[in-house]
Design a protein around this ligand. Sequence first.
Ligand SMILES: Cc1cc2nc3c(=O)[nH]c(=O)nc-3n(C[C@H](O)[C@H](O)[C@H](O)COP(=O)(O)OP(=O)(O)OC[C@H]3O[C@@H](n4cnc5c(N)ncnc54)[C@H](O)[C@@H]3O)c2cc1C
Length: 378
Amino acid sequence: MTDADLIVIGAGLSGCALVARLRQLGWVGQIALVEAGRGPGGRSASRRRRDRTAWRLDHGAPGLHFSQPVVAELNPLLSRMREAGVLVEEPTAIISIDSDGQPAENAPKAQPDGGWWRGMPCMASLCEHLLEQAGPEQLALHWQRRVRWLSRRDGLWTLSDQDNTWQLRGRSLVLSGNLLAHPRSLAMLNWPDVPLRAAVPPGVDGDLDQALNQLARCRADVRWNLMLDLPLEGSTLPRQICLTAEAQQRWRVERLVLQPQADGRTGLVMHGLHDGSNITPESQPDLLARQEKRLIAGLEQMLVGMPSLQAACRLATSLGVMRWGASQPLDHPLQQQLQWCPISEVGFCGDYVEGTGFGRGQGALESGVLLAKRMVSA
Ligand SMILES: Cc1cc2nc3c(=O)[nH]c(=O)nc-3n(C[C@H](O)[C@H](O)[C@H](O)COP(=O)(O)OP(=O)(O)OC[C@H]3O[C@@H](n4cnc5c(N)ncnc54)[C@H](O)[C@@H]3O)c2cc1C
Protein backbone atom coordinates (compact mmCIF):
# COMPACT_ATOMS: atom_id res chain seq x y z
CA MET A 1 0.00 0.00 0.00
CA THR A 2 1.42 3.41 -0.95
CA ASP A 3 -0.02 6.88 -0.63
CA ALA A 4 2.13 8.34 -3.40
CA ASP A 5 4.69 7.50 -6.05
CA LEU A 6 6.72 10.50 -4.93
CA ILE A 7 6.73 12.32 -1.62
CA VAL A 8 8.28 15.81 -1.58
CA ILE A 9 9.04 17.33 1.81
CA GLY A 10 8.85 21.12 1.66
CA ALA A 11 6.71 23.57 -0.32
CA GLY A 12 9.35 26.27 -0.78
CA LEU A 13 10.57 27.48 -4.18
CA SER A 14 12.57 24.31 -4.86
CA GLY A 15 9.88 21.77 -3.91
CA CYS A 16 7.20 23.70 -5.84
CA ALA A 17 9.48 24.14 -8.89
CA LEU A 18 10.19 20.40 -8.82
CA VAL A 19 6.52 19.36 -8.93
CA ALA A 20 5.59 22.03 -11.52
CA ARG A 21 8.46 21.01 -13.80
CA LEU A 22 7.77 17.28 -13.40
CA ARG A 23 4.25 17.89 -14.68
CA GLN A 24 5.51 20.12 -17.52
CA LEU A 25 7.77 17.23 -18.56
CA GLY A 26 4.82 14.85 -18.57
CA TRP A 27 5.74 12.89 -15.43
CA VAL A 28 2.68 10.95 -14.35
CA GLY A 29 2.18 9.48 -10.92
CA GLN A 30 0.75 10.51 -7.59
CA ILE A 31 2.72 13.21 -5.74
CA ALA A 32 2.32 14.05 -2.06
CA LEU A 33 3.76 17.41 -0.97
CA VAL A 34 4.28 17.71 2.79
CA GLU A 35 4.91 21.06 4.43
CA ALA A 36 5.41 22.03 8.07
CA GLY A 37 4.02 25.54 7.45
CA ARG A 38 0.43 26.63 6.85
CA GLY A 39 0.93 27.20 3.14
CA PRO A 40 3.51 27.34 0.36
CA GLY A 41 6.57 29.60 0.26
CA GLY A 42 9.12 28.40 2.81
CA ARG A 43 11.74 31.14 3.12
CA SER A 44 9.95 33.00 0.31
CA ALA A 45 6.63 32.96 2.17
CA SER A 46 4.42 35.89 3.20
CA ARG A 47 2.96 36.50 6.64
CA ARG A 48 -0.80 37.11 6.90
CA ARG A 49 -2.53 38.73 9.87
CA ARG A 50 -5.71 37.64 11.61
CA ASP A 51 -6.59 41.20 12.65
CA ARG A 52 -5.98 42.81 9.22
CA THR A 53 -6.83 40.24 6.61
CA ALA A 54 -5.68 42.33 3.63
CA TRP A 55 -2.08 42.38 4.95
CA ARG A 56 0.65 40.40 3.18
CA LEU A 57 4.17 40.81 4.54
CA ASP A 58 7.19 39.21 2.88
CA HIS A 59 9.01 38.30 6.07
CA GLY A 60 11.72 36.13 4.46
CA ALA A 61 13.18 36.81 1.00
CA PRO A 62 11.78 40.15 -0.20
CA GLY A 63 12.63 39.33 -3.80
CA LEU A 64 14.75 37.18 -6.05
CA HIS A 65 18.19 38.23 -6.97
CA PHE A 66 18.99 36.68 -10.38
CA SER A 67 22.40 36.22 -12.00
CA GLN A 68 22.72 35.53 -15.71
CA PRO A 69 22.47 33.07 -17.28
CA VAL A 70 19.82 31.03 -15.50
CA VAL A 71 19.79 27.30 -16.34
CA ALA A 72 17.82 26.74 -19.56
CA GLU A 73 15.38 24.30 -17.91
CA LEU A 74 14.11 27.10 -15.67
CA ASN A 75 13.00 29.40 -18.51
CA PRO A 76 9.63 27.71 -19.18
CA LEU A 77 8.61 28.19 -15.53
CA LEU A 78 9.94 31.77 -15.36
CA SER A 79 8.17 32.75 -18.60
CA ARG A 80 4.84 31.50 -17.27
CA MET A 81 5.33 33.36 -13.99
CA ARG A 82 6.11 36.59 -15.86
CA GLU A 83 3.19 36.16 -18.26
CA ALA A 84 0.83 35.54 -15.34
CA GLY A 85 2.14 38.73 -13.67
CA VAL A 86 3.27 36.92 -10.49
CA LEU A 87 6.98 37.59 -11.12
CA VAL A 88 7.81 41.25 -11.80
CA GLU A 89 11.06 43.19 -12.05
CA GLU A 90 11.75 46.09 -9.65
CA PRO A 91 14.51 48.13 -11.27
CA THR A 92 14.87 51.16 -9.01
CA ALA A 93 13.52 50.24 -5.64
CA ILE A 94 16.78 49.76 -3.68
CA ILE A 95 18.85 52.38 -1.84
CA SER A 96 21.75 52.08 0.62
CA ILE A 97 22.62 53.78 3.90
CA ASP A 98 25.98 54.07 5.63
CA SER A 99 26.99 53.71 9.28
CA ASP A 100 25.88 57.32 9.99
CA GLY A 101 22.42 56.53 8.65
CA GLN A 102 23.05 58.69 5.56
CA PRO A 103 22.48 57.79 1.88
CA ALA A 104 25.42 55.81 0.43
CA GLU A 105 26.49 54.56 -2.96
CA ASN A 106 24.54 51.37 -3.70
CA ALA A 107 25.98 48.36 -1.86
CA PRO A 108 27.22 45.67 -4.31
CA LYS A 109 24.33 43.28 -3.58
CA ALA A 110 21.86 45.98 -4.59
CA GLN A 111 22.74 45.61 -8.28
CA PRO A 112 22.65 41.95 -9.37
CA ASP A 113 23.28 41.50 -13.10
CA GLY A 114 19.97 39.69 -13.70
CA GLY A 115 17.94 42.27 -11.75
CA TRP A 116 15.72 42.13 -8.68
CA TRP A 117 12.41 40.39 -9.11
CA ARG A 118 9.56 39.90 -6.70
CA GLY A 119 6.34 37.96 -6.32
CA MET A 120 3.05 39.79 -6.94
CA PRO A 121 1.10 40.59 -4.92
CA CYS A 122 3.54 38.96 -2.48
CA MET A 123 6.37 36.46 -2.45
CA ALA A 124 4.12 33.52 -1.53
CA SER A 125 2.36 34.06 -4.89
CA LEU A 126 5.37 32.49 -6.65
CA CYS A 127 4.95 29.10 -4.95
CA GLU A 128 1.16 29.32 -5.16
CA HIS A 129 1.49 29.82 -8.92
CA LEU A 130 3.92 26.90 -9.28
CA LEU A 131 1.51 24.60 -7.47
CA GLU A 132 -1.32 25.72 -9.78
CA GLN A 133 0.95 24.80 -12.71
CA ALA A 134 1.42 21.35 -11.19
CA GLY A 135 -2.35 20.83 -11.43
CA PRO A 136 -4.60 19.61 -8.64
CA GLU A 137 -4.94 16.12 -10.12
CA GLN A 138 -2.65 13.60 -8.53
CA LEU A 139 -1.15 16.16 -6.18
CA ALA A 140 -2.02 15.75 -2.51
CA LEU A 141 -1.05 18.72 -0.31
CA HIS A 142 -0.36 18.06 3.37
CA TRP A 143 -0.03 21.37 5.25
CA GLN A 144 1.13 21.74 8.83
CA ARG A 145 2.76 18.34 8.88
CA ARG A 146 6.31 18.36 10.24
CA VAL A 147 8.10 15.15 9.33
CA ARG A 148 10.29 13.81 12.14
CA TRP A 149 10.80 10.09 11.40
CA LEU A 150 11.87 8.48 8.16
CA SER A 151 12.23 4.78 7.43
CA ARG A 152 12.85 2.71 4.32
CA ARG A 153 11.82 -0.92 4.07
CA ASP A 154 11.15 -3.20 1.09
CA GLY A 155 11.60 -0.33 -1.36
CA LEU A 156 9.11 1.95 0.37
CA TRP A 157 9.61 5.18 2.32
CA THR A 158 7.49 5.78 5.42
CA LEU A 159 7.30 9.24 6.99
CA SER A 160 5.73 10.21 10.26
CA ASP A 161 5.45 13.19 12.59
CA GLN A 162 6.95 13.58 16.07
CA ASP A 163 4.21 11.60 17.86
CA ASN A 164 3.70 9.05 15.11
CA THR A 165 0.06 10.14 14.84
CA TRP A 166 0.31 10.68 11.08
CA GLN A 167 2.04 8.57 8.42
CA LEU A 168 2.64 8.64 4.70
CA ARG A 169 4.13 5.95 2.44
CA GLY A 170 5.72 6.43 -0.96
CA ARG A 171 8.15 4.89 -3.40
CA SER A 172 10.47 7.87 -3.89
CA LEU A 173 11.32 10.73 -1.57
CA VAL A 174 12.69 14.24 -2.11
CA LEU A 175 13.92 16.51 0.68
CA SER A 176 13.84 20.21 -0.14
CA GLY A 177 14.81 21.60 3.27
CA ASN A 178 17.86 19.70 4.52
CA LEU A 179 17.18 19.62 8.28
CA LEU A 180 16.27 15.91 8.15
CA ALA A 181 19.68 15.19 6.64
CA HIS A 182 21.92 17.65 8.50
CA PRO A 183 23.56 17.27 11.92
CA ARG A 184 22.46 20.75 13.06
CA SER A 185 19.19 19.07 14.10
CA LEU A 186 21.12 17.32 16.88
CA ALA A 187 21.88 20.59 18.71
CA MET A 188 19.04 22.80 17.53
CA LEU A 189 16.21 20.35 18.18
CA ASN A 190 17.83 17.95 20.66
CA TRP A 191 17.29 15.08 18.24
CA PRO A 192 19.49 12.06 18.98
CA ASP A 193 19.80 11.12 15.30
CA VAL A 194 19.90 12.58 11.78
CA PRO A 195 16.63 11.10 10.43
CA LEU A 196 17.77 10.30 6.88
CA ARG A 197 21.01 8.73 8.16
CA ALA A 198 19.03 6.60 10.61
CA ALA A 199 16.70 5.45 7.81
CA VAL A 200 19.46 4.17 5.49
CA PRO A 201 22.52 2.91 7.37
CA PRO A 202 26.03 3.62 6.01
CA GLY A 203 27.21 1.20 3.31
CA VAL A 204 23.77 0.52 1.82
CA ASP A 205 23.86 3.34 -0.75
CA GLY A 206 27.24 4.84 -1.68
CA ASP A 207 25.71 7.92 -3.35
CA LEU A 208 23.61 8.68 -0.31
CA ASP A 209 26.63 8.25 1.98
CA GLN A 210 28.50 10.80 -0.13
CA ALA A 211 25.52 13.17 -0.23
CA LEU A 212 25.11 13.06 3.55
CA ASN A 213 28.83 13.69 4.07
CA GLN A 214 28.70 16.70 1.76
CA LEU A 215 25.54 18.04 3.39
CA ALA A 216 27.11 17.80 6.83
CA ARG A 217 29.76 20.30 5.69
CA CYS A 218 27.21 22.86 4.42
CA ARG A 219 26.81 25.65 6.98
CA ALA A 220 23.76 27.89 7.18
CA ASP A 221 23.41 31.45 8.35
CA VAL A 222 20.65 32.42 10.82
CA ARG A 223 18.52 35.57 10.46
CA TRP A 224 16.28 37.33 12.96
CA ASN A 225 13.62 39.25 11.05
CA LEU A 226 11.63 41.84 12.99
CA MET A 227 8.23 42.74 11.51
CA LEU A 228 6.71 46.18 12.15
CA ASP A 229 3.41 47.83 11.24
CA LEU A 230 4.01 51.53 10.42
CA PRO A 231 1.36 54.29 10.30
CA LEU A 232 2.76 55.59 7.00
CA GLU A 233 1.62 55.38 3.38
CA GLY A 234 4.54 53.67 1.63
CA SER A 235 4.04 54.01 -2.13
CA THR A 236 6.86 56.57 -2.52
CA LEU A 237 9.30 54.80 -0.20
CA PRO A 238 12.11 52.58 -1.51
CA ARG A 239 11.31 48.87 -1.35
CA GLN A 240 14.67 47.96 0.22
CA ILE A 241 17.19 49.93 2.25
CA CYS A 242 20.48 48.00 2.21
CA LEU A 243 23.16 48.72 4.80
CA THR A 244 26.82 49.12 3.82
CA ALA A 245 29.30 46.67 5.38
CA GLU A 246 30.20 49.19 8.13
CA ALA A 247 26.54 49.89 8.84
CA GLN A 248 25.82 46.14 9.03
CA GLN A 249 28.62 45.80 11.54
CA ARG A 250 27.33 48.69 13.61
CA TRP A 251 23.68 47.59 13.84
CA ARG A 252 23.94 43.86 12.94
CA VAL A 253 21.23 44.42 10.37
CA GLU A 254 21.52 43.49 6.69
CA ARG A 255 18.64 45.56 5.26
CA LEU A 256 15.20 47.03 5.83
CA VAL A 257 12.38 45.96 3.55
CA LEU A 258 9.27 48.10 3.14
CA GLN A 259 5.99 46.82 1.83
CA PRO A 260 3.00 49.16 1.31
CA GLN A 261 -0.28 47.56 2.40
CA ALA A 262 -3.80 47.77 0.99
CA ASP A 263 -5.05 49.65 4.09
CA GLY A 264 -2.65 52.58 3.54
CA ARG A 265 -0.11 51.47 6.15
CA THR A 266 3.35 50.00 5.57
CA GLY A 267 4.97 46.77 6.71
CA LEU A 268 8.66 46.98 7.56
CA VAL A 269 10.89 43.92 7.95
CA MET A 270 14.33 44.38 9.50
CA HIS A 271 16.70 41.60 8.46
CA GLY A 272 18.71 41.10 11.63
CA LEU A 273 22.06 39.27 11.54
CA HIS A 274 23.00 36.50 13.98
CA ASP A 275 25.52 37.08 16.78
CA GLY A 276 26.55 33.41 17.07
CA SER A 277 24.42 32.65 20.17
CA ASN A 278 23.71 28.97 20.67
CA ILE A 279 20.13 28.21 19.55
CA THR A 280 18.36 25.38 21.36
CA PRO A 281 14.65 24.82 22.11
CA GLU A 282 15.34 26.22 25.60
CA SER A 283 17.30 29.34 24.53
CA GLN A 284 15.02 30.37 21.66
CA PRO A 285 12.27 32.33 23.55
CA ASP A 286 14.84 34.50 25.32
CA LEU A 287 16.81 35.04 22.10
CA LEU A 288 13.65 36.15 20.25
CA ALA A 289 12.86 38.73 22.96
CA ARG A 290 16.46 40.03 22.98
CA GLN A 291 16.55 40.38 19.20
CA GLU A 292 13.26 42.28 19.14
CA LYS A 293 14.54 44.77 21.70
CA ARG A 294 17.90 45.41 20.09
CA LEU A 295 16.47 45.71 16.55
CA ILE A 296 13.85 48.27 17.60
CA ALA A 297 16.51 50.20 19.51
CA GLY A 298 18.71 50.51 16.40
CA LEU A 299 16.08 52.11 14.18
CA GLU A 300 16.26 55.63 15.61
CA GLN A 301 19.89 56.22 14.57
CA MET A 302 19.77 54.05 11.47
CA LEU A 303 17.02 56.23 9.94
CA VAL A 304 18.39 59.61 10.93
CA GLY A 305 18.71 60.54 7.24
CA MET A 306 15.05 59.64 6.52
CA PRO A 307 13.07 61.70 9.07
CA SER A 308 9.52 60.77 7.97
CA LEU A 309 10.31 57.05 8.14
CA GLN A 310 12.12 57.56 11.44
CA ALA A 311 9.07 59.33 12.88
CA ALA A 312 6.73 56.54 11.68
CA CYS A 313 8.98 53.95 13.33
CA ARG A 314 8.49 55.66 16.71
CA LEU A 315 4.76 54.90 16.37
CA ALA A 316 5.24 51.39 14.99
CA THR A 317 3.58 48.24 16.33
CA SER A 318 5.78 45.18 16.55
CA LEU A 319 4.42 42.03 14.89
CA GLY A 320 7.19 39.92 16.41
CA VAL A 321 10.46 38.36 15.30
CA MET A 322 10.80 35.42 12.93
CA ARG A 323 13.91 33.26 13.17
CA TRP A 324 14.97 31.88 9.83
CA GLY A 325 16.86 28.71 10.67
CA ALA A 326 18.60 28.15 7.38
CA SER A 327 18.52 31.55 5.87
CA GLN A 328 21.28 31.15 3.32
CA PRO A 329 23.80 28.33 3.02
CA LEU A 330 27.26 29.81 3.42
CA ASP A 331 29.54 27.27 1.76
CA HIS A 332 30.03 23.65 0.57
CA PRO A 333 27.11 23.14 -1.80
CA LEU A 334 25.81 19.64 -2.48
CA GLN A 335 27.13 18.46 -5.84
CA GLN A 336 24.45 18.29 -8.53
CA GLN A 337 25.39 14.70 -9.43
CA LEU A 338 24.36 13.62 -5.90
CA GLN A 339 20.94 15.25 -6.12
CA TRP A 340 19.37 11.90 -6.92
CA CYS A 341 20.44 8.64 -5.24
CA PRO A 342 18.81 5.86 -7.28
CA ILE A 343 19.46 2.94 -4.90
CA SER A 344 17.44 4.52 -2.10
CA GLU A 345 15.22 6.53 -4.46
CA VAL A 346 15.86 9.68 -2.51
CA GLY A 347 16.64 13.11 -3.91
CA PHE A 348 17.54 16.62 -2.79
CA CYS A 349 16.56 20.03 -4.05
CA GLY A 350 17.04 23.41 -2.46
CA ASP A 351 19.29 26.45 -2.48
CA TYR A 352 22.05 24.32 -0.92
CA VAL A 353 22.68 22.49 -4.22
CA GLU A 354 25.67 23.68 -6.32
CA GLY A 355 25.06 26.12 -9.16
CA THR A 356 25.23 29.83 -9.96
CA GLY A 357 22.21 30.61 -7.77
CA PHE A 358 23.63 28.78 -4.71
CA GLY A 359 22.19 30.22 -1.49
CA ARG A 360 19.45 32.20 -3.24
CA GLY A 361 15.97 31.83 -4.65
CA GLN A 362 17.43 31.29 -8.10
CA GLY A 363 19.41 28.31 -6.83
CA ALA A 364 16.32 26.84 -5.19
CA LEU A 365 14.31 27.10 -8.43
CA GLU A 366 17.18 25.76 -10.54
CA SER A 367 17.75 22.78 -8.26
CA GLY A 368 14.05 21.86 -8.56
CA VAL A 369 13.99 21.88 -12.36
CA LEU A 370 17.33 20.06 -12.64
CA LEU A 371 16.14 17.32 -10.31
CA ALA A 372 12.91 17.00 -12.33
CA LYS A 373 14.98 16.45 -15.47
CA ARG A 374 17.08 13.82 -13.71
CA MET A 375 14.03 11.99 -12.38
CA VAL A 376 12.24 11.95 -15.72
CA SER A 377 15.26 10.50 -17.50
CA ALA A 378 16.03 7.95 -14.72
C1 LIG B 1 15.69 36.53 5.47
C2 LIG B 1 15.97 35.99 4.09
C3 LIG B 1 16.26 36.85 3.04
C4 LIG B 1 16.53 36.36 1.78
N1 LIG B 1 16.78 37.22 0.74
C5 LIG B 1 16.93 36.75 -0.51
C6 LIG B 1 17.08 37.65 -1.59
O1 LIG B 1 17.08 38.86 -1.44
N2 LIG B 1 17.25 37.13 -2.84
C7 LIG B 1 17.24 35.78 -3.07
O2 LIG B 1 17.35 35.37 -4.22
N3 LIG B 1 17.10 34.90 -2.06
C8 LIG B 1 16.95 35.37 -0.78
N4 LIG B 1 16.79 34.50 0.26
C9 LIG B 1 16.96 33.07 0.01
C10 LIG B 1 15.66 32.42 -0.51
O3 LIG B 1 14.59 32.74 0.33
C11 LIG B 1 15.89 30.93 -0.50
O4 LIG B 1 17.03 30.63 -1.27
C12 LIG B 1 14.72 30.13 -1.04
O5 LIG B 1 13.47 30.63 -0.62
C13 LIG B 1 14.94 28.71 -0.58
O6 LIG B 1 13.95 27.86 -1.10
P1 LIG B 1 14.05 26.31 -0.79
O7 LIG B 1 12.91 25.65 -1.42
O8 LIG B 1 15.43 25.83 -1.13
O9 LIG B 1 13.98 26.18 0.81
P2 LIG B 1 12.83 26.61 1.81
O10 LIG B 1 12.16 27.82 1.35
O11 LIG B 1 13.47 26.63 3.16
O12 LIG B 1 11.80 25.40 1.71
C14 LIG B 1 11.93 24.23 2.45
C15 LIG B 1 10.56 23.93 3.03
O13 LIG B 1 10.61 22.65 3.66
C16 LIG B 1 9.83 22.68 4.81
N5 LIG B 1 10.34 21.65 5.69
C17 LIG B 1 11.63 21.52 6.12
N6 LIG B 1 11.73 20.45 6.92
C18 LIG B 1 10.48 19.90 6.99
C19 LIG B 1 9.94 18.79 7.67
N7 LIG B 1 10.72 18.03 8.45
N8 LIG B 1 8.62 18.50 7.52
C20 LIG B 1 7.84 19.28 6.72
N9 LIG B 1 8.30 20.37 6.07
C21 LIG B 1 9.59 20.67 6.20
C22 LIG B 1 10.04 24.08 5.37
O14 LIG B 1 8.99 24.46 6.22
C23 LIG B 1 10.12 24.92 4.11
O15 LIG B 1 8.87 25.45 3.76
C24 LIG B 1 16.53 34.96 1.56
C25 LIG B 1 16.21 34.10 2.61
C26 LIG B 1 15.94 34.60 3.87
C27 LIG B 1 15.58 33.66 4.99
